[in-house]
Design a protein around this ligand. Sequence first.
Ligand code: FMN
Length: 232
Amino acid sequence: MGQPDITAAERDAVYKTIFGRRDIRKHFTAEPIPVAMLGRILKAAHHAGSVGYMQPWSFIVVDDVGVKARVRESFLREREAAAEKFDAERREKYLSYKLEGILESPLNICVTCDRNRIPGEVIGRNSMRETDVYSTVCAVQNLWLAARAENIGVGWVSILNRQDLHEILNIPPKHVIVAYLCLGYVSEFPEIPELEAAGWRSRLPLEDLVYFNQWNGKLPEIYRELAAALKD
Ligand SMILES: Cc1cc2nc3c(=O)[nH]c(=O)nc-3n(C[C@H](O)[C@H](O)[C@H](O)COP(=O)(O)O)c2cc1C
C-alpha cells in the first residue's frame, strides 16, 4: 500500500518552508521552545537518510548559560583569527556582521557524527568514506526545515574551534563535530539571506549550475521550459 500521495496544499507547505528557511543570528527572542516541539524537531532530524542506515548522529542540547558563554568565547577567538584572512575592506565588514546568536537563543544544539556507530562494513560507504558525515548534515537540514515549519529559527555557527567544543561539551574524541546550532523563536524571518542583504554575496543564477549529460552540457531544446523555470 505504501504512503498516501502528498496533496497540493501539503506540497506547497513544504516549498514554503524550504524557501522561508533562513539562517538566524540577530532575530532571536528569549521565549522558550516548548519541549514537545523540540521533540518533534529532533525526531525530524533522526528521520534523515543515512548511508547504510547508519544513523551516525547524536545531539547535545545546551540550555546552560555558562556552557553557552564558553562556546561564545570560542566563537570570538575564531572570529578574530578568521578576520585576518580577509583584505582590509572585507575584514571590517566581516567584523561588523552578527554571525551567531549563541547567548540570545534559548537553546543550542551540537550535532556530532560517530564514524564507527555500527561495527563492520557499512553498506554504501566503501567508496565514499565521508558519506557518514554527509548523512549527519542531512539530519541537520531536516532539523533546520522542521524548525522553520514550527516557526523556530536556526542559526548554524561554524566559527568555532572543534577542540574547544570537545572540551566544553565533554565530547569523546571519536565523535566528529558537524554542526553547532542556535534555536529559538524569532522576531522575524528575513525575506533574503542576511549576507545578501548586507551586499556580501548574492544567489548564483541556477541556470549556470545545471548541466545536461556532461559537465557544461547545454540544455537541449526540448527543455526550453526548464531553462525558463531556472531563470525565475
Ligand atoms: C555549513 C554552514 C555553516 C555556516 N556557518 C555560519 C556561521 O558560522 N555564522 C553565520 O552567521 N552563518 C553561518 N551559516 C549560514 C550561512 O551564512 C547562510 O546559510 C547563507 O548566508 C544563506 O542564508 P540563508 O541560510 O538564510 O538562506 C552557515 C551555513 C552553513 C550551511
